[in-house]
Design a protein around this ligand. Structure first.
Ligand code: ADP
Length: 643
């Protein structure tokens, strides 16, 4: 069989270059990554042989071997797991499937300084390629269970790799690293050293549920160090990990670091998790759960193929990855392990969705996570802020899908507010600050805090010091429509309906004045309604403006343009709804137009002024003009006349 030479995919090549030039300072983690892959391969083989009894694979002694050769300076990680076919090697090892890779690499290029780059790579995780931090050549020999021929892959990480077919490869995978020279400066330890290897395994992979074996110390060497060892004895293998399931041990026995390493194994994230949550349910239906909140949102959190769900174990035996049935979609970022005592070992994904015990666990895990997030809010505000920054917009999706937990979700939410430039608020805090006579919780949705703060809709609220929530996530447009309120208070958009901020006493006071204005402006309103009728439902006087001449609002029950865009993006077109133009009678442009219109009627320049006012109102809310070039021309003409 000839040796074929392949080129790495562009992204893979870039990533490899970074590994070779070692931008990650903790090189020890390469071994964690290789052991993690080997452990996954053993899990897969065990499951596949349960499903397919024609596979013919020996599953009686599944394990991982570590073999160091100090003279040749090689280290081999070998498993007798599922292995890979020729095509899988090309596909899995030659390319990077992660959908966020391109974006990640771009960020990495732009990252300032080694610290930032290190943080990014930690967040991304690079798996197998991390071998090239410590090795200048890597050889992978693998044979897939059930197949006759094996495949040898080899590369120095410099752009190409070779593949050849091998006739007598053992089933499973071995990865052999030709190690770079030891280098104190670059923290390249002697990875052929027994104690170094043992130390790394203990630190990062102790909980792996398969035995990780190493040849016991050579007798001659042992004899020197340890009195009474028999010389001439053949080296026996030693299992270097304890294999203890962390979730089954009591809290006091496990260090935070151990939890973190389990998280890294499960999530393929190289950073520590933000929080670790333990649960133990006793009684008739017993299970243990160890859940983690990551410290950063993955790149693909909002993409279709995002894997979600925790690992399911039954009585310490791994059953499946990404068990979606255990958590709702809006908690899809949660990683972890759930180990149930009373489930069948060959339970399938289809059965899981129906299973009563799974549903019960789903409910409890959801409640526990929501209460943990809420508690974090007061007990660890900084941690909560990080969490909310990364995952808040995902959690809020739950307001649309999980009616049973709506209150619990709302209680865990926080929002930017006009009350404080920096600190977000909870709805509870908002309600406690509500002014005498204020009946509703006011909010505005928009693209950015700055744009909303300066929006004309905000003027009367600013003038009166009424707090407004500033909602910028796309999902906010949707849930505010679906959630009726909080604590008996309705949620009200300040860009919808009439702004009714006057107290009863004030209403009496200003009543006469408003009526007078109404009469005065009746002619202008009707005329403008005729001029702009195509786009507008109504032209009316505003009580929400103090500075701007005009603004656009939606009718109380109408769909806002932002929501309309959102539906459109999801392929659902709603009929366009007409909106309302509100005029500020206190603005000289508006009062001037009224006077001019009363005097000169339907003059062409006045119609243009009306059009310009409408255009300005649209722009002020970040909306789009129907005919931007016409608007620009009209405006340029006007400006010209002022010179
Ligand atoms: P990740 O483990 O994050 O998916 P890797 O680059 O480490 O990324 O590995 C890519 C893929 O190659 C794995 O998902 C797995 O399918 C396959 N693979 C890696 N190592 C092994 C192994 N020892 N046995 C079988 N398959 C493996």
């Amino acid at each position: 069989m000839p040796t074929e030479t392949f080129e790495f995919q562009v992204e893979a090549r870039q990533l490899l270059q970074m590994m070779i030039h070692s931008i990650y300072s903790n090189k020890d983690v390469f071994l964690r990554e290789l052991v993690s892959n080997a452990s996954d391969a053993l899990d897969k083989l065990r499951l596949e042989s349960l499903r397919d009894d024609t596979l013919g694979a020996d599953v009686s002694d599944l394990h991982i071997d570590l073999e160091a050769d100090p003279d040749a300076r090689t280290l081999t990680v070998r498993d007798n797991g599922i292995g890979m076919s020729h095509d899988e090697v090309v596909q899995l090892i030659g390319t990077i499937a992660n959908s966020g890779t391109a974006k990640f690499l771009k960020e990495l290029k732009e990252a300032q300084g080694a610290g930032a780059a290190e943080g990014l790579i930690g967040q991304f995780g690079v798996g197998f390629y991390s071998s090239f931090m410590v090795a200048d050549e890597v050889t992978l020999l693998t044979r897939r269970a059930g197949e006759a021929q094996g495949t040898r892959w080899n590369s120095t990480g410099e752009g190409t790799y070779t593949i050849e077919t091998v006739e007598d490869a053992p089933q499973g995978t071995s990865v052999t690293l030709r190690l770079k020279p030891v280098d104190d400066e670059d923290k390249l330890y002697d990875y052929t050293s027994r104690w170094k290897i043992k130390e790394i395994v203990k630190r990062y992979s102790d909980f792996i549920t398969w035995p990780i074996r190493m040849a016991a110390e050579a007798p001659a060497q042992a004899a020197e160090e340890e009195e009474g060892a028999e010389p001439g004895e053949a080296p026996a293998p030693e299992t270097v990990n304890s294999m203890k399931a962390l979730w089954a041990r009591s809290r006091s026995e496990v260090t935070d670091e151990e939890y973190h390493e389990l998280y890294k194994h499960i999530s393929h994230d190289w950073s520590d998790p933000l929080d670790t949550i333990r649960m133990q349910a006793e009684g008739t239906f017993e299970y243990q759960a160890l859940l983690f909140l990551p410290s950063r949102a993955p790149q693909d959190l909002f993409s279709q193929g995002h894997k979600r769900g925790v690992q399911l174990y039954v009585k310490r035996v791994f059953i499946m990855d990404d068990c979606e049935a255990l958590l709702p979609e809006y908690l899809r970022f949660v990683k972890g392990v759930v180990d149930a005592q009373d489930l069948s070992l060959n339970v399938s994904r289809e059965i899981l969705q129906q299973d009563r015990q799974i549903q019960l666990m789903h409910r409890r895990l959801t409640k526990k996570l929501l209460s943990t997030i809420k508690d974090m809010m007061s007990a660890q505000p900084e941690k909560y802020a990080t969490f909310w920054q990364e995952f808040g917009r995902v959690v809020k999706e739950g307001l649309l899908s999980d009616f049973d937990n709506r209150d619990a979700i709302l209680a865990a939410c926080s929002f930017a507010t006009t009350h404080d430039q920096e600190q977000p608020t909870t709805l509870q805090q908002y309600v406690e600050r509500m002014k005498e006579g204020q009946e509703h919780i006011f909010y505005l949705t928009g693209e950015s805090r700055a744009a909303m703060e300066n929006s004309p809709h905000m003027e009367a609220f600013k003038a009166r010091g009424v707090e407004v929530l500033l909602l910028t996530d796309p999902v906010d447009e949707v849930w505010v429509e679906a959630v009726p309120g909080f604590d008996g208070k309705e949620l009200r958009s300040i860009a919808k309906g009439e702004a009714d901020l006057d107290t009863e006493a004030e209403k009496e006071e200003v009543k006469a004045e408003r009526e007078k204005q109404q009469q005065e402006y009746a002619g202008l309103l009707t005329w403008m309604g005729e001029q702009l009728g195509e786009d507008l439902k109504e032209v009316r006087l505003s009580t929400r403006l103090t500075v701007s001449p005009a603004c656009i609002v939606s009718d109380t029950n109408d769909v806002t343009p932002a929501l309309q865009n959102l539906y459109r993006a999801m392929g659902q077109d709603l009929p366009a709804t007409k909106r309302i133009l509100e005029l500020n009678p206190g603005h000289p442009l508006v009062s001037g137009l009224r006077a001019a219109q009363a005097e000169r009627g339907a003059a062409a320049d006045l119609a243009e002024t009306a059009e310009l006012i409408y255009g300005m109102a649209l722009l002020a809310e970040g909306g789009e003009l129907r005919d931007p070039s016409r608007f620009t021309r009209l405006l340029a003409d006007r400006l010209e006349r002022t010179l």
